[in-house]
Design a protein. Structure first.
Ligand SMILES: Cc1cc2nc3c(=O)[nH]c(=O)nc-3n(C[C@H](O)[C@H](O)[C@H](O)COP(=O)(O)O)c2cc1C
Length: 119
């Protein structure tokens, strides 16, 4: 399962490139099976607030994180939601994507998903 948060559509577009069951994150959602989290980056390198609240309730089954950002924000904060989630919740940072990313990113995410989330 993939759980994703998308505000302006980039992450939603990434998810559409993947062969996986996917569900949009909501704060009420409670998961009891392994999932890969794909999120955007907010603020200045921040985890979006609703993603933060979701993770506080759903940390047990999170197997990895992919973070989209915009490299124009500069290297210190580019996709930094990914590093923060990986560090706080002890999960691998699978990939950082510049906006919608590219085919190489999709292949890496798909491989991680099949070998580390769904195995
Ligand atoms: C208010 C705001 C703050 C943002 N802050 C960052 C940031 O600190 N670092 C970053 O890499 N991208 C930042 N972004 C860019 C988004 O993370 C990026 O466009 C992402 O692809 C959006 O995904 P979405 O279209 O699925 O919502 C910010 C965008 C907005 C609108």
């Amino acid at each position: 399962m993939i759980v994703y948060a998308s505000r302006t559509g980039n992450v939603r577009n990434v998810v559409s490139k993947l062969k996986a069951e996917a569900i949009e994150l909501s704060e009420e959602l409670r998961l009891n099976k392994p999932y890969l989290l794909i999120t955007y980056t907010d603020g200045l390198g921040d985890i979006p607030a609703k993603v933060q609240r979701f993770l506080e309730k759903n940390r047990d089954f999170c197997k990895g994180v992919v973070a989209s950002g915009n490299s124009n924000f500069g290297h210190h904060v580019f996709g930094a939601a990914g590093e923060k989630i990986a560090t706080t919740y002890h999960v691998p940072l699978v990939r950082k994507l510049d906006l919608r990313g590219n085919q190489t990113d999709y292949e890496a995410i798909q491989t991680f998903y099949e070998t580390r989330v769904m195995r």
